[in-house]
Design a binder for this molecule. Structure first.
Ligand code: 3HC
Length: 313
């Protein structure tokens, strides 16, 4: 009987743009790469609820409160889809959460900045979710089936989040002088941290080579960052605001903007746990997990009872 070369089958799937599914053979490093990325993506969604949740009780109207509540609730759901996708790779939810709560795992640096004014909620929805969409639309074509499929639903909901943020920024930018100043202040503080969301420069990205080879990433960190700047500058101009970058200028030859890089030393500090809110975010996540123990125990007891009744029937 002919022996199957599983490596060839795996490579063949990638070459034919076919999805790799949980039950398929996959290289151990591919599996580890996916667990790292998908779990950090999930952690980002859950931690991302904190800076936005900070303004639910202070939203300026009932409508904006309802919209923000829906957005924050969506982020929790995105975390659920992604933890579930990560579990298909053979890691438990407990281990995933333990990695977050002990500071072992990363989550997106952007969520370690404070949301100081209501305009920050606009900037987060507009810029952060806008950047997330740019990245996640690409990830809809990732080679791992459960990840790519989770992205389809997440991208649909992110589009609502981006519109929510842009609407907040529009109201402020076309409001009173003070409101426009608040919008500009938020843009100044969120512009560069948002660009860090796409990861370090390609030349300093240890994971990108494999990510591109395994068709997890379809575009590089720098390519997506460039796309984000090209798409966002006209939106800033529409709002009558100013991109906080004196070097920004249109480059006709490359049909894109030349722009200043973010402060990568600051980035390294943030992802090493030394950002403005890292400690606060982890403390909040650990407290929430501890306080939610009784809910998990009750849900497990209920599920166990239902199972017993089902099996007895
Ligand atoms: N924040 C934190 N860590 C980051 C980072 C960021 N913005 N960018 C890169 N890193 C880390 C990487 O995790 C890696 O560290 P590790 O090897 O210990 O994991 C290191 O910096 C080097 O970066 P690489 O470019 O080599 O790493 P990747 O190839 O994994 O690329 C990435 C980084 C582009 C963030 C990629 O992991 C990715 O696309 N992740 C999925 C998308 C995601 O996580 N988005 C986060 C936002 S979710 C969100 O915004 C919620 C929205 O609803 C508000």
């Amino acid at each position: 009987m002919e022996t199957i070369n599983f490596e060839n089958v795996f490579e063949g799937k990638l070459a034919k743009n076919e999805m790799v599914e949980p039950k398929d053979w996959m290289p151990e490093n591919y599996r580890k790469h996916l667990i790292r990325q998908i779990s950090q993506h999930a952690h980002s969604e859950i931690v991302g609820m904190l800076p936005e949740g900070n303004w639910i009780t202070r939203a300026p109207s009932l409508r904006s409160k309802i919209v923000l509540l829906a957005k924050v609730q969506d982020e929790g759901g995105h975390g659920l889809y992604l933890y579930t996708a990560a579990e298909t790779l053979g890691i438990s939810r407990d281990e995933l959460l333990d990695n977050l709560h002990t500071g072992k795992a990363k989550y997106s640096s952007i969520f370690n900045y404070p949301t100081l004014t209501w305009a920050d909620i606009g900037a987060v929805g507009w810029l952060v979710d806008g950047a997330a969409i740019m990245n996640q639309v690409m990830l809809q074509r990732a080679s791992y089936g459960p990840y790519a499929r989770a992205m389809v639903r997440i991208c649909k909901e992110e589009s609502f989040h981006q519109r929510q943020g842009f609407e907040v920024m529009t109201r402020l930018a076309f409001g009173t002088t003070e409101q426009k100043e608040m919008a500009q202040d938020a843009l100044n503080r969120w512009w560069y941290p948002t660009m860090m969301m796409f990861g370090p420069p390609d030349a300093e990205s240890p994971n990108s080579e494999n990510a591109m080879k395994w068709r997890i990433k379809r575009e590089t960190n720098d390519q997506l960052r460039q796309k984000f700047v090209n798409q966002t500058v006209p939106q800033v101009e529409y709002l009558g605001l100013t991109v906080p970058d004196a070097q920004l200028k249109w480059n006709e030859e490359k049909k894109g903007y030349d722009f200043s890089e973010p402060n990568w030393a600051e980035f390294k500090q943030i992802i090493s746990g030394n950002g403005p809110c890292n400690k606060e975010r982890l403390a909040a996540r650990n407290k929430a997990h501890h306080d939610g123990e009784w809910v998990r125990a009750a849900a497990m007891a209920h599920a166990k009872k239902k199972n017993e009744v089902y099996e007895a029937a």
